[in-house]
Design a protein around this ligand. Structure first.
Ligand SMILES: C[S@@+](CC[C@H](N)C(=O)[O-])C[C@H]1O[C@@H](n2cnc3c(N)ncnc32)[C@H](O)[C@@H]1O
Length: 320
C-alpha cells in the first residue's frame, strides 16, 4: 500500500491504479507541512489553504424535498419495509416501532447536517440506512476510515450514545469540516495506528477507497463484527467509481462463487483504463468468514434521490 496525501488516494497492488503513481513529497510540500505544524504548535491554530466551493452548491436533497406530512408518512413506511426486509437474515433484533422512530427522526438529522455538500460521500439514501442500522446495533466503538468533509462522522455522532468512542482515520484531514467530541482523529492509515477495541461492540465504516480485501482481513483479525463497505461495486459497475476499492467484497464473492473467472479484466472510467490483477488476489476464501452480505437497495422510487454510491453491510461470523 502507498499513500498520496495530495491526491487523497491509496495505491494497492491489486490493480493498475489507472497507470498513475503516488506523488512523492517534494521539498516544498515537506517545508509547507513543517511550517503549518510549527504555526499549530506555536499559536495553537491550524493554517489551511483551500479552495472552498460556493456554499450554494448543496446536495439537491436540501432544495428538493417532500413537505406534505401524509406523503412523508407514506415514504417512511416504505423505507421501514425496505430496512426490515434488508435486515431479515442479519441476526439483528428488529423492533418495528423503534426502527420507525429512527427513520422519522432521520429527516431532521439530515436537514440539520453541518455538511450539506455530499458529492463524494453518502447522501440521503445511504444516510437513512446507515443511521438506522447504527441505532439498531448501538455500538460502543465506531471506526470510520475515510472521513473527507465529515458528513458520515456527523451521522455516527448523532446515531450513537454519548459514551460511544469514534476513531476517525484519514490520510488527509484538511477537508474535514466537522469535529465530533466523541472522536479521535488519526491522520494515517488504520494499519499504522490500530485502535484498542478488545471487548467492545464495534462497527466499522470503510469508505477510504482502499482494497476491501485488506479491510476485511483487518476486521476479521480484530474481531470487528459489523462492517459497512461503501463503493462495494462488482465487475459489472466498477467503471462507475473514479478510484474503486479493488477487490471489493462483491468481486471477491463473485470470484469465490465462480461468477467471474480469475483472468485479469479491463474497464474504462472517465477515459482512463483500469486493469484488475487477479493473480494478486489469491485468498478469496476469506469471504467464507462472512455471515451476512447485502447491498443497500436503490431508493430513488421512494425518496426521489438517486443513491450516491453502492454500500453494503457485512456481518462477520465468529467475532463477538
Ligand atoms: C469518499 S471520501 C469519504 C466520504 C465520507 N465517508 C462521507 O461519506 O462523508 C474518501 C476519503 O478517504 C480518504 N482516504 C484515502 N486513503 C485512505 C486511507 N488509506 N485511510 C483512510 N482514509 C483514506 C481520502 O482522503 C478521502 O477523504
Amino acid at each position: 500500500m502507498e499513500f498520496d496525501f495530495h491526491k487523497k488516494k491509496t495505491f494497492t497492488q491489486y490493480w493498475n491504479n489507472f497507470s498513475t503513481k503516488p506523488r512523492k513529497n517534494n521539498s516544498f510540500s515537506v517545508f509547507l507541512k513543517k511550517f503549518k505544524n510549527s504555526i499549530y504548535n506555536f499559536f495553537g491554530f491550524k493554517l489551511s489553504v483551500r479552495l472552498i466551493k460556493n456554499q450554494s452548491q448543496k446536495d439537491e436533497a436540501y432544495s428538493s424535498f417532500v413537505v406534505d406530512l401524509k406523503v412523508k408518512k407514506y415514504r417512511n413506511d416504505l423505507i421501514l419495509k425496505q430496512i426490515i426486509s434488508f435486515l431479515k437474515s442479519s441476526g439483528l433484533k428488529l423492533n418495528k416501532f423503534d426502527i420507525e422512530s429512527y427513520i422519522n427522526e432521520f429527516e431532521d438529522v439530515f436537514m440539520k447536517s453541518p455538511i450539506k455538500e455530499q458529492g463524494s460521500g453518502f447522501g440521503f439514501n445511504e444516510g437513512v440506512f446507515f443511521y438506522t442500522i447504527l441505532k439498531i446495533i448501538n455500538p460502543t466503538v465506531v471506526i470510520e476510515s475515510g472521513i473527507m468533509k465529515g458528513f458520515t462522522t456527523y451521522l455516527i455522532d448523532v446515531a450513537t450514545n454519548e459514551n460511544c468512542k469514534i476513531y476517525c482515520y484519514d490520510i488527509n484531514l484538511e477537508n474535514n469540516l466537522y469535529n465530533s467530541k466523541k472522536a479521535t482523529y488519526i491522520n494515517t492509515d488504520i494499519t499504522k495506528n490500530v485502535p484498542s477495541i478488545q471487548n467492545e461492540k464495534v462497527v466499522a465504516l470503510w469508505d477510504d477507497h482502499t482494497s476491501q480485501i485488506d479491510r476485511l482481513k483487518f476486521s476479521l483479525i480484530h474481531g470487528i463484527k459489523y462492517n459497512f463497505f461503501d463503493d462495494d461495486l462488482s465487475s459489472l459497475n466498477i467503471h462507475a467509481d473514479g478510484w474503486p476499492p479493488i477487490p471489493t467484497i462483491s468481486m471477491l464473492k463473485d470470484l469465490e462463487n465462480g461468477k467471474i473467472n480469475n483472468q485479469d479484466f479491463r474497464w474504462i472510467s472517465r477515459n482512463r483504463e483500469g486493469i484488475v490483477y487477479l493473480k494478486n488476489i489469491t485468498d478469496t476464501r476469506i469471504v467464507r468468514n462472512i455471515f451476512f452480505h447485502k447491498i443497500f437497495p436503490e431508493l430513488f422510487p421512494i425518496t426521489g434521490y438517486k443513491n450516491h454510491s453502492q454500500c453494503s453491510l457485512v456481518i462477520n461470523s465468529h467475532s463477538d
